[in-house]
Design a protein around this ligand. Structure first.
Ligand code: C2O
Ligand code: CU
Length: 463
């Protein structure tokens, strides 16, 4: 049996796990306070911030190559922006406060309008005080559909988060800005949700073929996931297709990373589990009836995206990003980056400062190449089309999720997938390379948001 596009879309709509809409343009997205039942039903609702007051925000779903037009109407008590994570976007639409646009004040609007060149699983979130705004619930899925996807019955987006709630199921606000979190692993939560719900169930049928889109929207938690009761193949990382690989055991999803799976319902009690967290069942897929007598055996590979992949490794431009700082990191001093200081009405701080002063007076506890916070000068300036190789060096004790804006990169080793975010373990060095083909000023930072806020951000330029 060959499923048609139409079947797939109807199946998707019937699921209604979250507000699902064809994106009539332009659409207003309003980040604002709302309420969500994050905790189990017998506990109180949680006051959150969400796009349109919802967590996750409305799903944006467009055809590959289509334009996304969205008006940000800021209903928050503080300035915000929207960053379209993983989209190889027009630089002016990248949503990075201070680097690509002014943050949008409360009550004001900003129009985003961009093309989505790659099909895949992407997402959107603020890029101003991201550590607070995302911890309060501001994020949503951005799905770009292939013209000819492989056959599957249903498309299910699973947006994972890890909240820090108190006994009354309220967001723990007292620990916002905790330098202890910032200098260690970031803000780790105590309550995981899927699509803003506590351990939700998604009914499925035996032998049904699902496309599961996993997105880690947690501030800092690296999720180790296990999928029970399904025969699943990994078909994409961070929106970029890979040759289908069976998912065996666990798979790791660092903050901001995505994985697309094609999964056939095979077992009795399918479920997605957080393996690292004393086996917490994040969501279940109760089986009701059968989709077909036997599982499908068709190919599951996704069509390629128009990403330039011909790296010129004979003569790349080279850069190094060395992570300094954090608890037990041995950093004693650093320079303050100073990017945007004048813009914020501050005097730039000159010279090298001891860590104690950086932490006490500026909340800076991390540095990249000896600079804490965004430097005035870019890490490198590449001519458009140039291959750039970046060595990422982590001599410290904490993992980091290094994210490049506007480009996908791959590790310079055999068969490494193209990604936009890569996990760098303690004491680990990785070399990545990409073709700098997207003009503009692009951020490169740790997606553990407290690390970013604490100094782990830099930028590069493509001209
Ligand atoms: Cu998803 Cu600069 O971030
Ligand atoms: Cu980090």
């Amino acid at each position: 049996m060959r499923l048609t596009r139409r079947d797939t879309l109807i199946g998707g709509a019937a699921l209604a796990a979250m507000p699902r809409m064809a994106f009539a343009t332009p659409r207003v997205l309003e980040p604002k306070p709302g309420m969500a039942q994050l905790a189990p039903a017998e506990r109180p609702e949680t006051a959150i911030w969400g796009y349109d007051g919802l967590v996750p925000g409305p799903e944006i779903r467009v055809a590959q190559g289509a334009r996304v037009e969205a008006v940000l109407a800021n209903g928050l008590p503080q300035p915000t922006t929207i960053h379209w994570h993983g989209i190889r976007i027009d630089n002016a639409m990248d949503g990075v406060a201070a680097l690509t646009q002014d943050p949008v004040p409360s009550g004001e609007r900003f129009e985003y309008d961009f093309a989505a060149p790659d099909a895949g699983t992407f997402w959107y979130h603020p890029h101003n005080r991201t550590w607070e705004q995302m911890a309060r619930g501001l994020y949503g899925p951005l799905i770009v559909e292939e013209a000819e996807p492989p056959a599957y019955d249903r498309d299910i987006v699973l947006m994972l988060d890890d909240w820090r709630l108190d006994e009354d199921a309220a967001i723990d606000e007292a620990s916002f800005g905790s330098l202890r979190d910032w200098s260690h692993a970031g803000r780790l939560g105590n309550w995981p949700t899927v699509n803003g719900a506590p351990q939700p169930d998604y009914p499925v049928k035996r032998n049904e073929r699902l496309r599961l889109r996993l997105i880690n929207a947690a501030n800092a938690s690296v999720l180790v996931l296990r999928l029970d009761g399904m025969d699943a193949q990994i078909v994409a990382y961070d929106g970029m297709p890979v040759p289908p690989t069976p998912l065996e055991g666990t798979v790791t999803l660092a903050p901001a990373q995505r994985i697309d799976l094609i999964a056939d319902v095979a077992g009795e009690e399918p479920g997605l589990w957080l393996a690292g967290r004393e086996n917490f069942r994040a969501c279940g897929f109760p089986v009701e009836g059968a989709a077909r007598a036997k599982p499908l055996t068709d190919a599951v590979a996704l069509p390629a995206n128009p990403l330039p992949t011909g790296l010129d490794m004979d003569d790349p431009m080279r850069a190094t990003v060395e992570v300094n700082g954090g608890a037990m990191g041995g950093m004693t001093e650093a320079r303050i980056g100073g990017f945007g200081a004048s813009y914020r009405g501050e005097e730039p701080v000159e010279g090298v400062l001891p860590l104690r002063t950086l932490a006490r007076e500026y909340d800076l506890v991390w540095a990249l190449n000896g600079v804490a916070g965004m430097p005035v000068e870019p890490l490198f300036n590449a001519e458009r089309g140039r291959t750039v190789a970046v060595k990422l060096v982590n001599g410290g004790r904490w993992p980091h999720a290094m994210h490049f804006h506007g480009h996908h990169f791959r590790e310079t080793k055999e068969d490494a997938p193209w990604r936009d975010t890569i996990l760098l373990g303690p004491q680990e060095t990785k070399e990545v390379a990409f073709i700098a083909d997207n003009p503009g000023r692009w951020m490169l930072h740790c997606h553990m948001l407290e690390h970013q806020a604490g100094g782990m951000g830099t930028w590069f330029e493509v001209s």
